[in-house]
Design a protein around this ligand. Structure first.
Ligand SMILES: [Zn+2]
Length: 226
């Protein structure tokens, strides 16, 4: 049994990036935890006003819980930091949040955002995870893998996601699609990159890139073999 932690900036990133892989971990008997760093709704306002978005944030938390249920993983934790404004906070605030959850869970494997994403929160979370999981004596984390998030990773102009690890999710693609249906309000109509059709197409392409029917692809950010 391995302990797994996913650190996602927004509700739905965890499913887009590695939902199939999480369902696969759960089936293997692994203990899978998710930290969603931001509240994931207030960026739609000009000024941050979480009080006026209470219903929406509650709905997003319920969607995240339903998605976790569809993947048979633990109910997510919510960091509640400001959505799409992580660049307005000291990075240390994000690092401290991730460190606290890493200490609670003691994960061996951590999944998080790819650092090149267009979305500023994704960039900050990726950086915070590398810092929070630095390989000090006594650290539990053995592998950090970066996932791609459709409608952010492929829209980057500052870098390229170069997958080096492929996980077969052919048996878990239905669970991933069910989890995304919990986030129906975040999904868009095809040909938007964050549509169910495009998400399945990417899973098929990542699979075909590695001789599988469907896959999720990752960049290995750090591995410590002991
Ligand atoms: Zn996101």
């Amino acid at each position: 049994m391995s302990r797994i932690l996913v650190v996602a900036a927004h509700p739905d990133d965890e499913v887009l990036g590695c939902g199939g892989t999480l369902a696969r971990h759960a089936t293997a008997g692994d203990d899978v935890h998710v930290l969603i760093v931001t509240e994931g709704a207030t960026s739609r306002d000009d000024m941050r006003d979480p009080t006026g978005r209470g219903d929406e944030m509650r709905a997003l938390r319920a969607a995240a819980a339903a998605a976790a249920h569809a993947l048979s993983i633990q109910a997510p934790r919510f960091g509640g930091l400001p959505d799409n404004r992580l660049d307005s906070l000291p990075l240390l605030d994000v690092v401290k949040l991730v460190e606290k959850v890493v200490a609670e869970v003691g994960p061996e494997i951590v999944y998080t955002h790819c650092g090149v994403d267009l979305n500023i929160d994704h960039q900050r979370v990726s950086q915070a995870v590398l810092t929070a999981c630095r390989p000090q004596p006594g650290a539990t984390v053995r592998r950090i893998l970066a996932y791609e998030t459709q409608s952010s990773t492929e829209w980057s102009a500052s870098g390229v996601f170069r997958p080096t690890v492929y996980v077969d999710i052919a048996a878990y693609l239905p669970a991933k699609m069910r989890a995304l249906q919990a986030y129906a309000a975040e999904m868009r109509a095809f040909p938007h990159a964050r549509s169910l059709e495009a998400i399945e197409a990417l899973a098929r392409w990542r699979g075909a890139s590695a001789g599988m029917m469907a896959a999720e692809a990752f960049e290995l950010m750090r591995e410590c073999q002991v």
